[in-house]
Design a protein around this ligand. Structure first.
Ligand SMILES: *Cc1c(COP(=O)(O)O)cnc(C)c1O
Length: 441
């Protein structure tokens, strides 16, 4: 256990410990980025890698044919959801539908595919199997498969990162190993095994699974470990989402500038996915974009780390929380030490959400817009409610002079996963959400 620093106020601690949902505003917003922050060129390189690998991905996964191998999601207007949210709702509302990303079914496709593709390129370049430039179709050749079979790609995951890394590594011919905690969803383990991935179960939580995987691969000269807590390649893969997303906003007729603010609500686990997207968006839109993370009340890992304001690690266990939530993609006790220092100056704030609330929101999204997402992905749906209808939200709007621009604002809920959820499980979520909604109304 780490000691709780003085910087965490007793009030905040008490609220967190009582699992009362809150919106926390980041006092560090607008400070300079730390010197070790990646630059725009690094994000551009990640975009270029995904682009040159698109023909390869299309060859490996026929379901990517319609997009030419691009792993991209739609930007969907959600006017019914907005209307149902009452008189306070402002601006135009959208869902960024990463829950429907092909092959991996979650936002982890972005970071995970980018990292596996970089590993494959590195190995193939080292063996002079591919030229420095050009498409990467040769990575699907028999020679490449024979080469990759000598290497292991391993990852620790609560489920979705394992799916993304496991499916692509196995498709390229790597030995794919996914370390998971025993309480990870059974259907996620089954799906991985069916794709030829070795699943190793660990007794502890997600961090324990990551640590075990890291230790095993470090002893193996032909082993690569995709390190969710430290990987810059994952982060840059997520950041590469920003440009195509900006193009979609423009195509939808949404302007983004200081008089036309953009609010983006992103579910946060270890921080890589929402952090990468935020980093990419801040580089494009600067002060005109306002990014908020959503975390379960039992797992506010990024919140405690940023609120503590230190680089010393602090976990949700340290403040007396148990990290138990239905939102398995967000069940992370400790924020990424790579990402939290970057978010310290870029993130607008973090709100927490109870499992009951996210099930209700999951149900409402299905009811009004016909979109079914997994619990983790529903965590961000309360974002506009917090911003527009809470005292902390009002404070934020006032502090940034945004009240008069709300009519021209754009609100985007990033739905981060869900299309691979089995029908039975999906039905269970919907029933649970509907019951909670009826009981509370
Ligand atoms: C992993 C995940 C997130 C959060 O991503 P992090 O990089 O862990 O912060 C959000 N939603 C879903 C569905 C996820 O699987």
């Amino acid at each position: 256990m780490n000691p709780i620093p003085q910087s965490l106020s007793p009030d905040l601690l008490a609220t967190l410990r009582s699992r009362t949902p809150l919106l926390w505003l980041n006092p560090g917003l607008g400070a300079p980025l730390p010197a070790q922050a990646p630059d725009a060129a690094a994000v551009a390189q990640a975009q270029a890698r995904l682009r040159r690998c698109a023909p390869l991905l299309m060859a490996l996964f026929p379901e990517l044919k319609p997009s030419g191998g691009a792993v991209e999601s739609n930007l969907l207007p959600v006017p019914q959801l907005r209307r149902a949210s009452g008189p306070l709702a402002a601006g135009d509302w959208f869902v960024k539908a990463d829950h429907a990303l092909a092959v991996a079914g979650s936002i982890k496709a972005r970071g995970g595919f980018h990292e596996v593709l970089s590993i494959a390129e590195d190995i193939a370049l080292g063996h002079a199997l591919i030229p420095a430039e050009g498409d990467r179709l040769a990575l699907a050749s028999d020679a490449a498969r024979a080469l990759f079979a000598r290497y292991t790609v391993a990852v620790g995951s609560t489920g979705n990162l394992g799916t993304s890394i496991g499916i692509l590594s196995a498709a390229l011919g790597f030995q794919a190993v996914v370390h998971m905690s025993v309480d990870a969803k059974a259907w996620k383990k089954d799906r991985l095994r069916a794709a030829g991935v070795r699943v190793v179960e660990h007794a502890g939580d997600y961090a324990a699974a990551v640590a075990a995987g890291r230790a095993q691969v470090q002893a193996d000269p032909c082993g690569y470990f995709v390190d969710d807590e430290h990987s810059l390649r994952l982060f840059l893969g997520y950041a590469a989402a920003a440009r195509p997303f900006a193009d979609q906003l423009a195509a939808a007729g949404r302007r983004v500038d200081t008089r036309h603010p953009l609010f983006v609500y992103l579910p946060c686990g270890v921080g890589g996915a929402p952090g990468g997207v935020t980093f990419g968006l801040k580089a494009l839109f600067g002060d005109a974009v306002h990014c908020f993370f959503a975390e379960p009340v039992a797992s506010p890992a990024m919140l405690v780390q940023l609120a503590a304001g230190t680089d010393h690690p602090l976990s949700v266990y340290d403040v007396g929380l148990d990290n138990r939530t239905e939102a398995d993609g967000l069940a992370v006790g400790q924020a990424s030490p790579l990402v939290s220092p970057l978010m310290a100056s870029q993130l607008s704030g973090i709100f927490t959400v109870s499992d009951r609330q996210l099930m209700k929101d999951l149900y409402l999204l299905a009811l009004y817009e016909g979109l079914t997402v997994e619990p983790s992905a529903a965590a961000g749906l309360g974002g506009a409610r917090w911003l527009l209808a809470s005292q902390a939200g009002q404070d934020y709007l006032q502090r940034h002079g945004l009240q008069n621009h709300l009519d021209q604002s754009t609100h985007v809920f990033w739905t981060t996963g869900g299309s691979l959820v089995p029908p039975d499980e999906r039905r269970r979520f919907l029933i649970e959400g509907e019951r909670a909604l009826q009981a509370d109304s």
